[in-house]
Ligand binder design. Sequence first.
Ligand code: ZN
Ligand code: ZN
Length: 236
Amino acid sequence: MSYCLYCHESYSEAWSWEALIGLKQSPLLCQDCEGRLVRINGEICRICGRDFSVFPEQYRQGDSCFDCIRWEENEDWNGILQQNRSLYVYNDYMKEIIAKLKYRGDAEIVKAFYPVMSSEFKRISRNTIFVPIPLSEERHYERGFNQSELLAEGLNKSVENLLKRKTHEEKQSKKTREERLSQKENPFEVVDSNKVKEQKVILVDDVYTTGSTLRYAAKVLIEVGAKEVSSITLAR
Ligand SMILES: [Zn+2]
Ligand SMILES: [Zn+2]
């Protein structure tokens, strides 16, 4: 008997040889909960990884969605984020899961996604650095954990906290006007730029919504010499 990480109901696993001989990890969600998740595995936007099967045809052009085309047409953002890949559609159930994780402090639920995180991305080269999107220090302290960092741990790769979120106050008071103008909206800075130079970086975040958080993070990394930046998120 196991207990579902989401609804905490007990359930019995479907019997299988793979599970018995330890080839398959047991599921961490019950069948009802598992059934409410929608995996992205059909046709997707080449750049942001959005599931085209749940996306209106008129908002795409060829293999990219209009949002991505708009980003790429902007010379400040062209090529900044190589690509994003997400595991699940951001449906109502996924919204509940993420709210449970972020606002109700249920860190355990992340573990439900570890098996799929590690198997889905296992072929990514060892020479890639995985960097979680950081929270501000205040938010991190409040929540007690960074959900993106917890997710990244599920990849079974080396994860480095190379980004820092600047606070708004600091941005206003400590910088000259020119500094503020040159990267006025970028909330991120790179902690150790030597580690990033000439490297392939993959950012990890919980959700890709507008794509701006990931692009701002990618931009500071590119600015200090990262070779290319992509991202992985739980939902899109
Ligand atoms: Zn359940
Ligand atoms: Zn797209």
